[in-house]
Design a protein around this ligand. Structure first.
Ligand code: KIV
Ligand code: ZN
Length: 518
């Protein structure tokens, strides 16, 4: 039987350290639910001591998600570990993940401690954590640049102290696959009690080698891979879950290892994470990028039409990209529309269906072909993402722009029961539109981030806009989609304003800036 590789997902912890990608509790819970559907073994839900928001999010995930182990990060000190336990204790299978650096460079410049002091601190931390739970992970931060015999010494001692997983992170993404693989082999051969623990790896992508290093480690004895959805994470990110899992699944002739991942949830989870963090997936990203299964050259198209395996090493369906044979157009009825959504895995309420159907009809009027990707985006923005009441609603938008005029936008908006209209000039059509909306909503929010992408190819593609807004310490993401990119931008902004309004009215707390470190 193939060996099992445990998948430890750290999207909610290291992934959230992606610049600009902070998530509030509600958003973290949505992602955690998807990770549970994906069937990851361990969800690292956050770093409880880092902030009140992180503590609350870890607690909420630990309470709700019953099908995965839930980990919380803690530095190697008692206060961090106590706090982590407090957040984790309601989980069905809690894991305390404690860490300290082991490289001389970190010891000398950051910790200002000797190797002996760090060893003692690591052992004391693991012993303390083991008083709470038998499920303790120890990470030797910057292990990739640490003296290997010293790491062996630390791992031997922490396993004796109760660590059941020992993690070897390439914190700065410095190592090269054959070198990283050899390091893992060295651990296996030089740690006398290694059979009592699982070896884990946690690879960063600074040289674009995180996935390759993770695979090299698995071949050499690692049995836990720490990964994130879409490869999010500090700086250049972490090894991506979808790439590691699909490499193991696709090359079973080489890798005789199994994961328990339900791969059909990969794409929906990737989309959700991208939407909620506002971090767009590059089109040529392996597995989940918009072009991952697109065949442009005539020779390739010819081959794929005759037999998909000529140019596809896995099927889109295997990762949850569903192509349906039932195209929809402007004459399609509500029933066919509902059937199509169900075929794509969306079971929504009647109210939600009415809302999406109205948007679909508008879209079909403007656009010749409504692609599956368009429908996914509509459902996501109208149902999954529009989970807050609509205090502000865009009624009409007229924009005058071009090379000869100063861009001007007239916006008619509903604010609760009132309807208001105003016009504004701006540096561009989107700037003019945002000024008009800001004026009508009387908002003082700050636009932290604005990103636009197209869902399919061609000039009639749907534009998808994500914004990040901050007001009174709350940070939210807004999403909008429309064939007209200015309208999509307006929708995203208004969606964000609704989220802020909801939070200010006492909805689930958004994450405050002072809570964002960690
Ligand atoms: O990159 C790293 O070393 C980490 C540790 C906390 C595991 O994220
Ligand atoms: Zn990391």
């Amino acid at each position: 039987m193939p060996d099992k590789v445990f998948i430890f997902d750290t999207t909610l912890r290291d992934g959230e350290q992606t610049p600009g990608a902070s998530l509030n509790i509600d958003e973290k819970l949505q992602i955690a639910r998807h990770l549970e559907l994906l069937n990851v073994d361990i969800i690292e839900a956050g770093f409880p001591r880092a902030s009140k928001g992180d503590f609350a999010a870890v607690k909420a995930v630990a309470r709700e998600i019953r099908g995965c182990q839930i980990a919380g990060l803690a530095r190697a000190n008692f206060d961090d570990i106590n706090e982590a336990w407090e957040a984790l204790k309601d989980a069905t299978a809690p894991r305390i993940h404690t860490f300290i650096s082991t490289s001389d460079i970190h010891l000398q410049y950051q910790l200002r401690k000797s190797r002996e002091e760090v060893l003692e601190q690591a052992v004391a931390a693991v012993k303390h954590a083991a008083r709470y739970t038998g499920n303790v992970e120890f990470s030797a931060m910057d292990a990739g640049r640490s003296d290997l015999d010293y790491v062996c010494k630390v791992f031997t001692a922490v396993i004796d102290a109760g660590a059941t997983t020992v993690n070897f992170p390439d914190t700065v993404g410095y190592t090269i696959p054959h070198e990283f693989g050899a390091k893992i082999k060295y651990l296996v051969e030089h740690i006398p009690n290694i059979h009592k623990a699982v070896i884990s790896v946690h690879c960063h992508n600074d040289l674009g080698l995180a996935v390759a290093n993770t695979l090299a480690a698995i071949v050499n004895g690692a049995r836990q891979a720490e990964v994130t959805i879409n490869g999010l994470g500090e700086r250049a990110g972490n090894a991506s879950l979808e790439e590691v899992v699909m490499a193991l699944a696709t090359r079973q002739d080489l890798f005789h290892y199994d994961t328990d991942i339900v791969t059909q949830y990969i794409y929906p989870t990737s989309r959700l994470v991208s939407k909620l963090t506002g971090v767009v997936v590059q089109p040529n990203k392996a597995i989940v990028g918009a072009n991952a299964f697109a065949h442009e050259s005539g020779i390739h198209q010819d081959g794929v039409l005759k037999e998909a395996s000529t140019y596809e090493i896995m099927t889109p369906a295997a990762v949850g990209i569903k192509k349906s044979l039932l195209p929809l157009g402007k004459l399609s009825g509500r029933h066919a529309f509902q059937k199509k959504l169900q075929e794509m895995g969306f079971y929504i309420t009647d109210d939600e269906l009415n809302r999406v159907f109205t948007r679909f009809k508008d879209l079909a009027d403007k656009k010749k072909t409504v692609f599956d990707e368009d429908l996914v985006s509509l459902v996501e923005t109208e149902v999954i993402y529009k989970s807050v009441p609509e205090h502000f609603r865009l009624e009409e938008l007229v924009v005058l722009t071009g090379t000869m005029v100063k861009p001007n936008a007239t916006v008619k908006m509903r604010l609760g029961r009132e309807e208001k209209t105003t016009s504004s000039f701006g540096d561009g059509p989107i700037d003019a539109t945002y000024k008009a909306i800001t004026h009508l909503a009387q908002s003082k929010c700050k636009l932290l981030k604005f990103s636009v992408s197209s869902i399919t190819g061609g000039t009639e593609a749907l534009g998808e806009v994500a914004v990040r807004l901050e007001d009174e310490g709350h940070i939210v993401t807004g999403q909008g989609v429309d064939p007209d990119v200015v309208t999509a931008s307006a929708r995203a902004y208004i969606n964000g304003l609704n989220r802020l309004h909801f939070l200010k009215q006492g909805g689930p707390k958004g994450k405050k800036p002072e809570e964002m470190e960690g």
